[in-house]
Design a protein. Structure first.
Length: 169
């Protein structure tokens, strides 16, 4: 039994080494939706050593990072500055730095900022790596009682009643 536990621990250490941030790579990291303990272990493997953390809202991300003892200070990347941040982040990747992209909750670039950055970085020839995690869509469907072999995600509904009704219609 003891040997079995040792083997599992050794496997975990090997896996952690495999999932550390590599220079010149952009990591698209899913973050928890509501409960900070939902952060994936692989996300921690990337967020701890990464050089730059680009975040939709630095205040929200700072709470997540503090919870896990990650000292890297997040840099803002939101819908109002995404285009301006692309060049700086691409330059960092070209210089051999590693970058993690996070949103407030869930996966960046899905109803959140990040798609323009991901596209530009991939076109520049840098490695873009998804780090999966919580999904609001999957969570909602899993508790809805639907037999959901197929579904379509059209984004979040507009807050304005008229626009919401038009989209549904």
């Amino acid at each position: 039994m003891t040997g079995e536990k040792t083997g599992i621990a050794a496997d975990a250490l090997t896996e952690a080494a495999v999932f550390r941030a590599e220079p010149g790579s952009l990591y698209v990291v899913a973050t928890p939706i509501g409960n900070l303990r939902d952060l994936a272990l692989r996300a921690l493997d990337i967020l701890r050593p990464v050089d730059i953390i680009a975040a939709e809202d630095t205040r929200v991300t700072a709470m997540l990072l503090a919870r896990y003892g990650i000292a890297t200070r997040p840099r803002a990347l939101h819908r109002h500055n995404e285009v301006r941040q692309i060049a700086a982040l691409a330059a960092g990747l070209a210089a051999g730095r590693s970058v993690a992209l996070v949103s407030d909750a869930g996966t960046p670039a899905i109803s959140d900022p990040g798609a323009r950055l991901v596209r530009a970085i991939a076109l520049a020839g840098h490695r873009v790596v998804p780090i999966p995690g919580p999904s609001a869509v999957a969570a909602a469907i899993s508790v809805a009682g639907l037999e959901a072999e197929r579904f379509a995600f059209i984004g979040f509904l507009p807050m304005q009643p008229k626009a919401r009704r038009q989209l549904i219609d």
